[in-house]
Ligand binder design. Structure first.
Ligand SMILES: [Zn+2]
Length: 357
């Protein structure tokens, strides 16, 4: 079985465990108004929304570009925990600052938190198959840890970057070439940060404060949800698998391309497409073809505008058609026997916002 199949298994299982953990929590008293959710397949649903609506939450974002090890991630954990001296790469504050500068109007004065796996609590570390992940409530999960490190400045977008796995991957690819290893590490770190930042910016930011009287419970429940998600338990026999591209739909791709363009304007070099977006894992066209379809929009979009402004604009027809072609190709590849009506119904959650001019 290919790696992408394994990831599909893992993804579905984790969604179920997160749902179970959150539904079992006593926090249904969290009553925060439901936010508009751009993509129904995304994990841009906050803990508060999941608790309030009792709907199944979506998986944390995962970047699995380059993920190729076939070992049991938990057996590999010891190896990851071994002390590895990282090469000189972009500083944590520099990476956080880069994200803020890419989306100044969206993030404004809020902090951006990047949790490096080499620093973070052991029970929240993902396996080495995961280069990064994001969930809207991760800042809540890491609040105490960030406060202990003197970093907490109130709610802000937060995502995890697995610097250990990225370094291990770079070391394996580079062999004895230390210079190449360092360059692979630096490039992959940057690409993964842009990928996770794009998950942040694909949906409306929901950073409303957690009421003091329930903060402790919310933190506990959120943390438990992530710990459950990280635990790689066997799938039930009747599990249904989400599409491989779930979480990386057209809206995400569009955001990523704009994020990368803005990074280039800030002096970051053109990063490898397969570091930014693992299209083979997602069964989608390469990023270059989406970039070509979106080039005029990218060049013409004022970087002082917000990503919310971008979402309010219809993407070019060429981009929409490419996305639909990808969905149809995936559907045929899955060898489904259903007719066009069923196909349309199955695709609807993922294409409903993409109406071209
Ligand atoms: Zn992702």
């Amino acid at each position: 079985m290919g790696c992408s199949t394994r990831l599909r298994f893992s993804t579905h299982m984790n969604a179920a465990t997160v749902a179970k953990a959150i539904k079992a929590s006593p926090l249904s008293s969290v009553t925060i108004a439901k936010q508009p959710v751009w993509c129904s397949a995304s994990f841009a649903q906050s803990v508060s929304e999941a608790l309030t609506t009792k709907r199944k939450p979506r998986q944390p974002r995962q970047s699995t570009q380059g993920a190729k090890r076939e070992t049991d991630p938990h057996n590999d954990r010891d190896a990851l925990d071994a002390k590895i001296e990282p090469p000189k790469g972009p500083s944590l504050s520099g990476l956080e600052s880069l994200v803020r500068r890419i989306a100044p109007a969206d993030i404004a004065s809020r902090p951006v938190y990047i949790a490096l796996v080499s620093d973070m609590p052991v029970d929240l570390r993902p396996s080495d198959e995961t280069f990064g992940f994001h969930a809207t409530f991760l800042d809540i999960v890491f609040r105490q840890w960030l406060a202990d490190a003197g970093r907490w400045r109130g709610r802000g977008p937060c995502f995890v970057i697995n610097d250990r796995a990225i370094l291990a991957d770079a070391t394996e690819r580079a062999g004895d070439d230390a210079g190449l290893r360092d360059e692979l590490y630096r490039t992959r770190m940057l690409a993964t940060v842009l990928h996770e930042a794009s998950h942040v910016l694909t949906s409306p930011l929901d950073l409303r404060p957690v009421p003091d009287e329930i903060r402790s419970d919310v933190e506990k429940s959120s943390r438990a949800a992530v710990v459950e998600w990280i635990a790689d338990k066997p799938l039930p026999a009747d599990a249904e698998f989400p599409p491989q591209w779930a979480g990386h739909e057209a809206g995400f791709i569009r955001t990523l391309l704009h994020v990368h363009h803005r990074a280039e304007q800030l002096g970051i070099e053109r990063l490898p497409d397969n570091f930014l977006f693992s299209n083979s894992n997602y069964s989608l066209s390469g990023l270059w073809s989406y970039r070509r379809a979106l080039s005029r929009e990218i060049d013409g979009f004022d970087s002082s505008l917000t990503f919310a402004d971008l979402r309010a604009c219809s993407p070019p027809q060429e981009f929409v058609e490419l996305w639909r072609d990808d969905l149809h190709r995936w559907w045929k590849w899955m060898d489904h026997a259903e007719g066009p009506v069923q196909i349309a119904a199955a695709m609807a959650p993922y294409v409903h916002v993409l109406k071209a001019d």
